[in-house]
Design a protein around this ligand. Structure first.
Ligand code: ADP
Ligand code: MG
Length: 603
């Protein structure tokens, strides 16, 4: 019969350490947080062999009194909290009194410190939980802590350490988070005696972002700053062209602490809805300030997750701030010469004199996908076919309308020169240059907006079918479809149960008259049965509308008449976001006159 026994303290602390200290980067994070909490203005970090051999952090903060030195290593010993109530007014990064106890139970630690009012400092070492006597230490004001041979007494953990370059990567990430969270600190990170980052105290947030992420990100940021009740949100969000394959460049800081929050991350992505393709992620640096009593930071030992008192309100606040800011920009995807003409590997090697000039000297980088204002041709005629303008087209010509400040319109009526290529792309001359439009993507976006507007204003016209169409589905597909019957009805798609897996389509939105009701329903069914999660009502409507728009739009490969082309191009004028299809693909690429001149060496 196995007997129950009380675990020795050394075992307990190793178990606890497992939660806080996973790898060298976790040690760096905890030590950095302590230095920040000590009010330091300058923190230097040195790491050897990815942190497996040595992590040294030196700060110029408030130090520790000699008589408190041993206590710093004790479990649940902290100078940052006194009562349980303080947990709801946390102004420091640390407060659990666990980090030094954890680190010193799985490594060999030397702590040296001197408080400003002390003539002499003190030092103490703690190896695997075994503490030495405190000794006098003649060092400068602040704290110096060395952590050697991490996991030396927990061989299994030590084996989990990856290569030095992987570990220093994680260390750098934690360093970056602190450098962004506390933009007044002077911070240095060295690895094996080489400087990895040196961030001066006077470096602004933008300069820090440029240092860590380069100009490609820094040049494409839009500042945000908004308030809602007691919440303040500021920082930067990136132009959607600066997207990524994962969410790692979505930084969120709460009251100066880097945090992870799935819900708020989702709000950010929602703000980019329609501007990013599925599986692509926005880049953002969001700073949220909230009164400490509106958030519980004591949720997780690493303090990276928090609980908000009103998560829903914050979700909407972030979503609307991001969406409004992006709407304020005119986001036409601008042709990047390298992707089309291979500017990085020019077709014709430039002569050295040209290469050093602005022509190839990073010219393509100097002007990232900037915002462009494109002039749209107007047409006075409309077409009956699948493509119908949203509103009566203005009858004035651009010439009559032109004010001295307006960009000079093209001397030739652009729509008359519009060209269709491969039955898929429309090529137009604009005042700025040349625009290539994806006919399907643009029509899809226009139909999507028409659907949305009609849904909102309750003017969605539906076509009742005299004889309902029967669509045979699997039992599961039929059930899923009928579950959403009410929402589909809102969109004009009437469905009824016919029994045995067969569903009747009784009506469909008139806007989608180009496709058969069965085809539209099958598209909806495929979509419904592919989804694992349960979408909110708004998400559902938006997804189905974009699906319907996709089905009903002209396709790539459809030949269009001159009138249809003109009507489609004219409708672009009325779309709120004519630049992206509902799935986030660009609808048009702009080649500026400057791009063309540059490519043909006319500059
Ligand atoms: P916590 O940060 O949660 O309080 P730690 O175990 O990280 O717990 O640190 C214990 C205590 O040691 C801190 O509360 C603080 O008083 C002191 N301390 C640790 N590092 C420093 C430092 N760099 N400068 C001044 N005091 C420190
Ligand atoms: Mg701490």
């Amino acid at each position: 019969m196995p007997r129950i026994r009380q675990l020795a303290n050394s075992v307990v602390s190793k178990i606890a350490a497992g939660e806080v200290i996973e790898r060298p980067a976790s040690v760096v994070k905890e030590l950095l947080e302590n230095s920040v909490d000590a009010g330091s203005s300058r923190i230097e970090i040195e790491v050897e062999q990815g942190g497996a051999d040595l992590i040294r952090v030196v700060d110029n903060g408030c130090g520790i009194l000699p008589e408190d030195l041993a206590l710093a290593f004790a479990n649940h010993a902290t100078s940052k909290l006194a009562t349980a109530d303080d947990l709801f007014a946390v102004h420091t990064l640390g407060f659990r009194g666990e980090a030094l106890a954890s680190v010193s139970s799985v490594a060999q630690v030397m702590l040296q410190s001197r408080a400003p009012e002390q003539p002499l400092g003190a030092e103490i070492s703690c190896h695997g939980g075994e503490m030495s006597e405190a000794r006098a230490w003649n060092g400068s004001i602040g704290t110096r802590i060395e952590v050697r041979h991490l996991f030396y007494n927990t061989p299994v953990r030590r084996k989990f350490l990856r290569t030095a370059s992987t570990e220093i990567g994680h260390v750098s990430e934690n360093f970056t988070r602190v450098a962004l969270a506390k933009p007044h600190l002077h911070l240095t990170l060295r690895h094996n005696d080489k400087i990895v980052y040196e961030v001066p105290a006077k470096a602004t947030l933008m300069e820090r972002i440029r240092l860590f992420f380069g100009g490609e990100v820094a040049d494409q940021l839009y500042a945000i700053d908004a308030r809602h009740g007691p919440a303040h949100l500021y920082g930067f969000i990136a132009n959607p062209v600066c997207e990524r394959g994962n969410a790692r460049q979505q930084y969120l800081f709460l009251n100066g602490r880097w945090i992870r929050d799935r819900s708020l991350g989702h709000a950010l992505q929602e703000g980019y809805r329609g501007l990013l393709m599925t599986g692509r992620y926005a880049v953002a640096f969001l700073y949220l300030e909230l009164p400490p009593d509106l958030v519980d930071v004591n949720v997780h030992p690493t303090k990276a997750e928090v609980r908000f008192r009103d998560a829903q309100a914050l979700y909407s606040f972030i979503l609307s701030t991001v969406r409004d800011r992006l709407r304020a920009e005119n986001l036409t995807a601008r042709m990047r010469p390298p992707s089309v003409f291979g500017n990085t590997v020019p077709l014709f090697q430039p002569r050295p004199s040209e290469a050093s000039g602005s022509l190839f000297g990073g010219g393509a980088r100097e002007e990232p996908n900037r915002v462009v204002s494109d002039q749209w041709p107007v047409v006075s005629e409309r077409k009956q076919s699948g493509i119908e303008p949203v509103a009566p087209a203005p009858t004035v010509s651009p010439q009559e309308d032109a004010s001295p400040l307006a960009p000079r319109p093209s001397p030739l009526a652009p729509h008359s020169r519009t060209l269709q290529l491969h039955n898929a792309y429309l090529v137009l001359e604009t005042a700025d240059g040349m625009l290539i439009v994806d006919q399907h993507a643009l029509h899809e976006r226009i139909l999507f907006e028409q659907l949305r507007e009609k849904l909102q204003t309750g003017t969605l016209e539906t076509q009742q079918l005299l004889i309902p169409e029967q669509v045979e589905l699997s039992a599961e597909q039929a059930a899923r479809t009928l579950e959403h019957r009410d929402q589909l009805a809102e969109l004009g798609l009437g469905v009824e149960d016919f029994g045995g897996g067969t569903v009747l389509v009784t009506s469909y939105p008139t806007l989608l008259a180009r496709r058969s009701p069965t085809e539209i329903l099958r598209g909806v069914v495929d979509h419904l049965t592919n989804k694992g999660r349960v979408p909110t009502r708004e998400q559902f409507l938006s997804e189905i509308m974009s699906l319907m728009a996709c089905h009903a739009a002209v396709r790539s490969g459809d030949p269009l008449s001159a009138e249809e082309i003109d009507a489609l191009v004219a409708m672009r004028h009325f779309a709120q976001d004519a630049h992206h299809c509902p799935h986030g693909r660009p609808t048009a690429l702009l080649f500026t006159r400057q791009d063309l001149d540059r490519q043909f060496r006319r500059t």
